[in-house]
Design a protein around this ligand. Structure first.
Ligand code: ZN
Ligand code: ZN
Length: 285
């Protein structure tokens, strides 16, 4: 499932769910309002509620609600199947929560992951990241300061000082190393390079294999090299870089490209092809 479709479908189901819940609430309120003046014994309120539950309207709404809940559950389990290789409940909870933040309820996670509510409640959002109670404490302020200084307040790949993020070289999710929040496992990356490091997908593989591989990756892969040269050109983003890399998988091939062959890259028009060519030529001279 592609992300846009997933997002839209999820939003649609959530809206439907809220609408049904609103209608159930209104229906109950309406019945209570109607009879509230006539109630003489406290038990009668319960009788009214039970009478509401037996109306066809109420039953239909409940049936609709259960359908929407099933569809949501299918969407969540499909998402987990598509994006996670592990079968760890912990990883599943983190993935769902990071994807849908406050939008997904404890009840929905518990059902999709098939664990207890108590376990789901151990995980909560802190600053957009999922944290487990009594588990890891995250990166300490001291470590953060150290990493910023060590990496000279700039992205270790492209040198940009903007939109910096701290990247876990070996990911926290599914990781077994205890010192994952220590400086040797952290590196400063700008938003774009961070995206590249994760191969554009936060749940699937990384662009490198291990700690050593990461530092090599920061300077040496063809894709990084291409990105570093193209990123300052007006109109070039990650998507176009990805397309260019697919058509010209090495620097050498890209350097030999002419304007005509560049315009064959999806999303590259003539103007952009000219700017790319200019940049490549100036660089070679
Ligand atoms: Zn990262
Ligand atoms: Zn960068």
């Amino acid at each position: 499932m592609d992300t846009d479709y997933l997002e839209n479908y999820h939003l649609e189901l959530k809206n439907r769910k809220h609408k049904i819940l609103d209608e159930l609430w209104e229906l109950t309120q309406k019945h209570l309002d109607e009879y509230i003046g006539k109630i003489t014994k406290s038990r009668e309120e319960l009788d009214i509620l039970m009478a509401v539950e037996n109306t066809d309207e109420f039953k239909t709404l409940l049936k609709d609600l259960s359908c929407v809940k099933n569809s949501l559950n299918e969407l969540y389990t499909q998402f987990l199947d598509d994006n996670l290789d592990t079968d760890l409940k912990k990883d599943k909870i983190i993935a769902l929560k990071e994807m849908w933040k406050e939008e997904i309820t404890t009840e929905e996670i518990t059902r999709a992951v098939n664990c207890s509510k108590g376990y789901t409640r151990q995980f909560y959002l802190l600053d957009g990241k999922v944290v487990q109670k009594d588990g890891r404490n995250g990166i300490s302020a001291k470590t953060k300061r150290y990493v910023l200084k060590r990496d000279q307040n700039s992205c270790v790949v492209c040198g940009s000082p903007k939109n910096l993020e701290i990247h876990h070289i070996i990911p926290v999710m599914g990781s077994t190393i205890k010192d994952q929040d220590e400086s040797h496992n952290l590196a400063l990356l700008c938003k774009e390079c961070h995206y590249l490091a994760h191969s554009g997908n936060y749940y699937k593989g990384l662009a490198y294999e291990d700690l050593e591989g990461f530092w090599e990756w920061t300077q040496n892969t063809e894709k990084t090299k291409i990105w570093l040269i193209l990123k300052d050109i007006h109109g070039v983003g990650l998507k176009i870089t990805e397309n260019i890399y697919r058509c010209f998988p090495s620097m050498e091939e890209l350097e030999n490209a002419n304007i005509k062959s560049l315009t064959r890259v999806p999303l590259v028009n003539k103007g952009l092809a000219e700017r790319i060519k200019l940049k490549l030529d100036n660089r070679i001279i």
